[in-house]
Write a protein that binds this ligand. Structure first.
Ligand code: SAM
Ligand code: SF4
Length: 467
């Protein structure tokens, strides 16, 4: 496709001129910032033109006010919950040449493998035995000869695997864009969220970073969520790989993408991921990000997104260090991975030479859970919403007026108790049980009653209870 064509099609979703105009025009004086923060505290999100004002804040006092506002909004909507998941890499075969990724086709420095169904069942059992209930299935874009069937079969294998006390109850998927028929087949496998990151919304940078393979096509990628939603997948997750281009541009473009989805489909993204570029074997770009995002700016990104789209989940992976993860929980992160490996078969073996990138947080799940609980956050293994059909518009209708917490809080407590009874170390169980008691104490009477009832059923031996 000719470049101009691509540019034209892209402007239907991303308008670069508008972004540059917005970035040029904005002042960040105290009055303007405070006005925006006051509006954001009403939980109505941010206007597009508010974002550059917040992005340009440099005064420490105003930054502090921004972070405080984000904390308030996070507490108001998500309370103390933090949803936990683990990625499962099933294949690092890839036909694309994304210059920042160890899985890129021409990289000879990693071991290549696509797990067999038996190996996938084995990885699943290991994750179940750690206490996980939700996974994110990840693959490069070159499946073994069965094509998409390989992915669909792998999903079926994970769902069918039960072990000892548990099973995986929700599979989110991060795989290359599909066409509409393929998305329909993916939906039929009962996936949770379909996740795909645009990496960079900046067309020219995108072209520089994706030099061969199907992923070269920016337009095919940016329209993936439209095809997924059209195919009936209602929970979609978007994201930016921060470090490739100016983060200010990226968050404005991300907002344009969100508004496009809301306008076209009536639903925004279920989640936003905020990966930062990490070192990857065989990638000099990953070693030295072209536009590295500082820790301070990274906190700003999380805070601004929390204010801009208060009801959208923000996902933080183990790419970040425990310290950064702790800080951003308070600013707006609502889902985290824990105990992760980014190499296929990584839970059952130590073959780090097939990893996608290096991790900042290497701690096992139980350590992360104890840490999170000690900080006062309630780890949630809940998978209730999507199993009760609370997805897409239905989810948003409950989330916007804040009603969703009357389900999420009890379910967080009951699934956390399930983890504590079945999988936690003694030290974690002690911290966790105290936290659940405090959590219930602070609820209103009706929620406290519901939560106590659910938790009691778990303690009595029932499993997978939710409302
Ligand atoms: N292959 C599919 C794709 O590219 O969309 C899906 C899986 S890919 C393994 C998942 C994500 O990993 C990519 O979208 C990219 O954002 C992220 N990633 C790749 N290289 C990375 C690196 N060096 N550091 C951090 N994240 C990286
Ligand atoms: Fe392949 Fe995805 Fe890595 Fe690109 S980011 S090389 S498509 S696995």
């Amino acid at each position: 496709m000719k470049n101009e064509n691509l540019q034209n099609q892209n402007t239907q979703i991303i308008n670069e001129t508008l972004i540059y105009d917005a970035l040029k025009a904005k002042r960040s004086d105290a009055g303007a910032v405070r006005e925006i923060l006051a509006k954001a505290l009403e939980l109505k999100g941010l206007d597009y033109n508010d974002i550059p004002v917040l992005a340009n804040i440099s005064s420490p006092d105003l930054l502090d006010e921004l972070f405080r506002a984000a904390r308030k909004v996070k507490e108001e909507i998500y309370g103390r919950r933090l949803v936990i998941f683990a990625p499962m890499y099933i294949s690092n075969l890839c036909g694309n040449e994304c210059l920042y990724c160890a899985f890129r086709a021409r990289n000879k420095s990693i071991h290549r493998r696509a797990l067999t169904q038996e190996e996938i069942a084995n990885e699943t059992r290991i994750l179940i035995d750690q206490g996980h209930k939700r996974i994110l299935l990840v693959a490069g874009e070159a499946y073994p000869k069965e094509g998409l069937d390989y992915i669909l079969e792998s999903i079926a294998t994970v769902y069918a695997t039960r072990h000892d006390k548990g099973e995986i109850r929700r599979i989110n998927v991060n795989i290359a864009p599909l066409d509409a028929d393929e998305f329909r087949r993916l939906k039929d496998c009962k996936i949770g969220t379909y996740q795909l990151f645009q990496e960079t919304y900046h067309l020219e940078t995108y072209k520089k970073m994706h030099v061969a393979g199907k992923k070269k096509d920016y337009f095919w990628r940016i329209t993936a969520m439209d095809r997924a939603l059209k195919a009936g997948i209602e929970d979609v997750g978007i994201g930016v790989l921060f470090g490739l281009f100016d983060w200010r541009f990226e968050i404005l473009a991300l907002m344009q993408h969100i508004r496009h989805l809301e306008k076209t489909w009536g639903i925004g993204p279920h989640t936003i991921s905020v990966p930062r570029l990490e070192p990857a074997l065989g990638s000099s770009i990953a070693e030295q990000p072209p536009q590295a995002v500082s820790d301070l700016d990274f906190r700003k990104i999380v805070a601004i997104l929390r204010l801009a789209v208060p009801y959208t989940g923000i996902i933080m992976s183990t790419r970040e260090t425990p310290e950064m993860r702790r800080e951003t929980f308070a600013l707006g992160v609502s889902q985290i991975s824990a105990g992760s490996r980014t190499n296929p078969g990584g839970y059952g073996s130590e073959d780090e030479d097939s990893s996608q990138f290096s991790l900042g947080d290497h701690r096992p799940l139980d350590d992360v859970i104890r840490d999170v609980a000690q900080l006062g956050y309630v780890p949630s293994f809940c998978t209730g919403c999507y199993r009760l059909g609370r997805t897409g518009m239905d989810f948003m209708d409950m989330a916007r007026p804040g009603d969703i917490r009357h389900h999420c809080d009890p379910n967080a407590a009951s699934t956390f108790m399930e983890y504590l009874v079945d999988y936690a170390s003694d030290a974690t169980r002690e911290v966790g049980e105290r936290l659940i008691a405090r959590f219930i104490d602070e609820m209103d009477e009706r929620d406290a009653r519901r939560t106590q009832a659910l938790v009691a059923r778990v303690v009595d031996g029932e499993r997978d209870v939710y409302c």
